[in-house]
Design a protein around this ligand. Structure first.
Ligand SMILES: O=C(O)c1ccc[n+]([C@@H]2O[C@H](COP(=O)([O-])O)[C@@H](O)[C@H]2O)c1
Ligand SMILES: Cc1cc2nc[nH]c2cc1C
Length: 342
């Protein structure tokens, strides 16, 4: 029985918890690594599936590792900057898509159905968009802590892999601003089409990103303060979800640009904070490709997707499942009576 995670009282509370994150179970990881060369295949012939299985064993604290009860959790939030013409779609699409998720009509519903993934959807104060971050901080400390708690306090009992994702019109503007504030460069390096803008809307989006970073980066104290100033509720909730999974021994599959920007805020405070995460895919958004390179993350898939909703994470679930099945279920040379290397 795992214990419920105490809600955060402040960002300092999260800073302290990030300094004391549990590591992997080295004995389980070592047991997986020791089994690998006994399995009936040429050495290293399952390529990246092999270290993936060992990594899952370590972070689940279980050998053999399993992937039978994955969950996808999509967080939805609304953004003040969405009223400034930075998206191809109007802000009301966020709440409309939440209704679509609940009816089963979105891309993530079908991916979850295809791969037997349980789906959770959490909407975060959709009637209260964040403040426009090019003018003031997106959230107060109280607001960002409440959003972090929405992800941190979700019980993960019985879940053996967590796919995180988001829905929020305007949130690629936040992702671009956070990436620039954390890793430098100019607004043009990080700002892209998002849900499909070009021309003057893209110019506006670049201006919002540039102004937001110029306003907040000089005053920000660390990655969590940047998350409060430039982020959004769904970004904070996903960051909370990443920490919850770590504390509950659940490996995480990361999704697209917005999720990775939220994750980068944690990594800026604690460089090991994402060690229990793999990157499901790299999206079509140029900023995502630049960001994951800076974060040192290697995607499992490149499918030219840019949907969000945890879709790229969900699509990677069968690969992790395959890694677990091969590792746990293959016969050893001794069991199968197959001659080993000479
Ligand atoms: O996951 C990605 O990399 C990604 C890239 C572009 C767009 N999106 C999705 O599109 C929405 C944000 O696009 P925008 O143009 O409104 O900022 C948001 O709901 C995201 O889930 C997601
Ligand atoms: C329709 C639509 C669906 C989405 N799903 C995630 N982001 C989205 C953005 C739009 C515009």
């Amino acid at each position: 029985m795992s214990h419920p995670i105490e809600p955060l009282r402040s960002l300092d509370d999260l800073r302290a918890r990030l300094r004391a994150l549990p590591g992997p179970d080295e004995a389980c990881r070592a047991a997986a690594a020791a089994r690998e060369p006994t399995l009936t295949k040429p050495l290293r012939s399952l390529g990246r599936l092999e270290p993936l299985a060992h990594w899952i064993a370590g972070w689940q604290g279980r050998h053999p590792p399993t992937l039978n009860t994955p969950r996808a959790h999509v967080f939805a939030g609304n953004h003040g900057v969405a009223l400034e013409g930075v998206s191809a779609y109007p802000p009301e699409v966020t709440v409309q898509m939440v209704a679509n998720f609940r009816r089963g009509g979105a891309g993530i519903n079908q991916l979850c159905k295809a791969f037997n993934i349980a789906l959770e959807v959490t909407e975060l104060d959709l009637d209260r968009p964040t403040q426009p971050f090019d003018k003031t901080a997106a959230m107060t400390e109280e607001e960002v802590v409440a959003a972090l708690n929405a992800g941190l306090c979700e019980p993960l009992e019985g879940v053996d892999c967590l796919c995180l994702g988001e829905m929020g019109i305007g949130n690629t503007t936040s992702a671009a601003a956070l990436s620039m504030a954390l890793y430098g460069g100019v607004a043009e390096d990080w700002t892209g089409p998002g849900s499909g803008i070009a021309g003057s809307a893209l110019e506006t989006k670049i201006r919002v990103v540039r102004d937001g970073v110029a306003l907040h980066a000089p005053m920000a104290t660390d990655g969590l303060d940047l998350l409060r100033r430039l982020g959004g509720r769904e970004l904070a909730a996903m960051a909370g979800g990443i920490v919850a999974a770590r504390l509950s021994r659940v490996p995480v599959i990361l999704d697209g640009f917005i999720l990775c920007a939220a994750a980068a805020c944690l990594k800026a405070v604690a460089p090991d904070a994402l060690d229990h995460c793999v990157l499901g895919h790299v999206s079509r958004e140029p900023g995502h490709q630049a960001l994951v390179a800076r974060m040192g993350l290697e995607p499992l898939l490149r499918m030219d997707m840019a949907l969000g909703e945890a879709s790229g994470a969900a699509l990677a679930v069968p690969m992790l499942r395959a890694a677990c099945f091969c590792h746990a279920g293959m016969a050893t040379f001794a069991e199968a009576g197959v001659s080993d290397r000479v």
